[in-house]
Design a protein around this ligand. Structure first.
Ligand code: GLN
Length: 486
C-alpha cells in the first residue's frame, strides 16, 4: 500500500497503528522522488541518506517533506537554484526548517526554483526547467516550481515554498494543489535567502487545507533572529479549521473577473472564469455572501510596475552580498573588483541581471523620488484600499491566473497585456502582508486551475475556514497529478 499520496492525519494514524514505519515512508518517498526527477526536474538535491525518525504525538513526526532550495539547510547543499551558490553548504538551518525538525519531520529533498525566487515560470534554475506532472510539456509556474511538482506527484504530503509576488500560490494552481502564504512575519524568514524583504513570505504547498494548517502551525512563531516576526501563540490553524462560515462576507474585484473586460478571451480563459462563477455560487450555498466591488482601474494597472520597482530595488540591495568571496565559487581576476565582476557576470542568469539593472536604476539618488518612493506611495494606496474593504468584508476571492498551466515552448502563451492584472493580482497579498491561500478549482482542458482567498492581516484562521469550507464542497482534496492523455 502507498502512503505518500495521503494526507498528514491519515499517514500519522497509520504510523501510530504500526501499519507502516517512518523508515518505510522515507523509502517510498525517495523512490517516488527519483521516479519523477527525470520527467519533472523537481529536485536540485534528493537526500538519499534520509532516515526514518521516531513517531511521537506530533502529527508531522516521522513524515517526509520537501524544502525549497532557497531555505538554508545545515550541512546540505542550498543553491537557491543559482550558479552563484552552486556549491554552497550552509552551517545553519532556517528557523522554519528547525521548527519542523523539532516536530520530527523528515526532509527528503531540496526542490528547484526560479533562480533566487525571481521568476514565475520554473525555467530559470541553474539545473534546468521544471516540468508540470499533469503535462510535461507545460510549466509549473514559479518560483516554488519543484515544491509544487513534487507535492502534486505524490512524493510527500507537503513541501516548503516562499512567496514574494505569488510564488507559492501560482504554482499551486498550475499543479492542482493548495498553496498558503500566511500573514507577513508569522513564519520567521531567518535562513531564507532574501529576495525582496518587504514582500518575502515563507509558506507551504500541500494537497489539502488541513495539511497546510498543520504545517504552518508547526513552522510559525516569534523568532529573535527575524524582527518582523510576531507572537502568534493565540492562532491555532488546525484546531480552528472547521468553524462555520455562515454569514462570512466575501468580495471579488469586478474589473478582474468580468469576462467583458477580455474581448480577446481564449476558450480557456472563458472556462476558467465560468469555473470561478460556479465557485461563487458554492460560497453562497455555504451561507457566505459574495459581492462584486469596483476598484480604481488606475490602481489595478499600477500593480505590476509597483511590484517590479520595489522587488527589483530590494533584490539588488539584498544580493549585493553575493561577491564570490564569502559564499559561492570564487571568480577569477587580478583584484577584488575583477574577481567579483567575473563571479557575478558568469553566475547570474540574464533575467536576474536585468532585474539588478532596474533595481540599481530606481535606487539611484536622482531617480529614487520618481520611481522607488512613488512605488512605495502607490503600494500604500493599494494596501489602504484593501484594508478599507477588509473592514466591510472578511475575504477577497479571485481566480488565479488566466487559465491552466502554460506550454513551455509556446511564446504566444506568455503573459498578454489584456490579462496582466489577472496574472498579477496575487501581488496584493504581498504588498499588504495579507494571509492568502490558493485551492484547486476544477479543470480547464483537463488541467487544474485555482481560486484564491485573501483576508486581512492576522485573520489567518478565518481565511483558512473559508478555504476549508470551499474545499469540502468540491472534489479536489488530496488530488494527485494524473498525466493528461493527448
Ligand atoms: N513571479 C514573481 C516574480 O518573478 C513572483 C516571484 C515570487 O513570488 N518569488 O518576481
Amino acid at each position: 500500500m502507498k502512503y505518500m499520496d495521503k494526507g498528514i492525519v491519515a499517514i500519522h494514524e497509520a504510523l501510530k497503528k504500526g501499519e507502516i514505519t517512518s523508515q518505510e515512508l522515507v523509502e517510498e518517498s525517495l523512490a517516488k522522488a527519483h521516479e519523477i526527477q527525470d520527467k519533472t526536474n523537481a529536485f536540485v538535491t534528493i537526500l538519499d541518506d534520509a532516515k526514518g525518525l521516531p513517531v511521537t504525538d506530533d502529527l508531522l513526526s516521522g513524515i517526509p517533506y520537501g524544502v525549497k532550495d532557497n531555505y538554508s539547510t545545515r550541512g546540505i547543499l542550498s543553491t537557491g537554484s543559482s550558479n552563484t551558490l552552486k556549491n554552497y553548504v550552509p552551517f545553519f538551518s532556517a528557523t522554519a526548517v528547525l521548527n519542523l525538525e523539532k516536530k520530527g519531520a523528515v526532509p527528503i529533498g531540496k526542490t528547484t526554483l526560479d533562480e533566487f525566487g525571481m521568476g514565475g515560470t520554473g525555467t530559470t534554475a541553474h539545473t534546468g526547467i521544471v516540468h508540470n506532472p499533469w503535462d510535461y510539456d507545460r510549466m509549473c509556474a514559479g518560483s516554488s516550481s519543484g515544491s509544487a511538482a513534487s507535492v502534486a506527484a505524490g512524493v510527500y504530503p507537503y513541501a516548503l515554498g516562499s512567496d514574494t509576488g505569488d510564488s507559492i500560490r501560482k504554482p499551486a494552481a498550475y499543479c492542482g494543489i493548495v498553496g498558503y502564504k500566511p500573514t507577513y512575519g508569522m513564519i520567521s524568514r531567518y535562513g531564507l535567502f532574501p529576495f525582496a524583504s518587504s514582500l518575502d513570505h515563507c509558506g507551504v504547498l500541500s494537497r489539502s487545507v488541513e495539511d497546510a494548517a498543520i504545517v504552518v502551525d508547526a513552522m510559525k512563531g516569534l523568532d529573535p533572529k527575524d524582527q518582523t516576526t510576531w507572537d502568534s501563540t493565540n492562532i491555532h490553524l488546525y484546531e480552528n479549521l472547521k468553524k462555520d462560515v455562515k454569514g462570512t462576507k466575501l468580495f471579488y474585484i469586478k474589473e478582474i473577473c468580468d469576462i467583458n473586460n477580455y474581448p480577446n478571451a481564449s476558450e480557456e480563459l472563458i472556462e476558467h472564469l465560468k469555473n470561478f462563477q460556479a465557485t461563487l455560487k458554492k460560497c453562497e450555498e455555504l451561507g457566505m455572501s459574495v459581492e462584486g466591488v469596483s476598484l480604481d482601474q488606475k490602481l489595478l494597472n499600477a500593480l505590476p510596475s509597483v511590484y517590479v520597482v520595489i522587488s527589483c530595488a530590494e533584490a539588488t540591495s539584498n544580493m549585493s552580498n553575493l561577491t564570490g568571496f564569502i559564499f559561492g565559487p570564487r571568480g577569477s581576476g587580478k583584484n577584488y573588483e575583477e574577481m567579483m565582476k567575473d563571479y557575478r557576470t558568469k553566475g547570474f542568469s540574464p533575467l536576474i541581471k536585468r532585474r539588478f539593472i532596474i533595481g540599481s536604476y530606481v535606487l539611484q539618488k536622482e531617480n529614487q523620488e520618481k520611481y522607488f518612493k512613488n512605488a512605495q506611495r502607490v503600494r500604500r494606496l493599494i494596501v489602504d484600499e484593501m484594508k478599507k474593504l477588509f473592514t466591510k468584508y472578511d475575504g477577497l476571492i479571485l481566480p488565479v491566473g488566466s487559465g491552466p498551466a502554460k506550454l513551455l515552448d509556446d511564446p504566444t502563451d506568455m503573459v498578454k497585456e489584456e490579462t496582466t492584472i489577472l496574472e498579477d493580482h496575487l501581488q496584493i497579498g504581498n504588498f499588504g502582508g495579507f494571509p492568502s491561500i490558493t485551492i484547486p478549482n476544477g479543470f480547464v482542458s483537463d488541467l487544474p486551475v485555482g481560486v484564491n482567498i485573501t483576508g486581512n492581516c492576522y485573520q489567518d484562521e478565518l481565511v483558512l475556514n473559508i478555504a476549508y469550507a470551499l474545499e469540502s464542497s468540491m472534489n479536489y482534496k488530496n488530488q494527485i497529478a494524473k498525466e493528461v492523455t493527448k
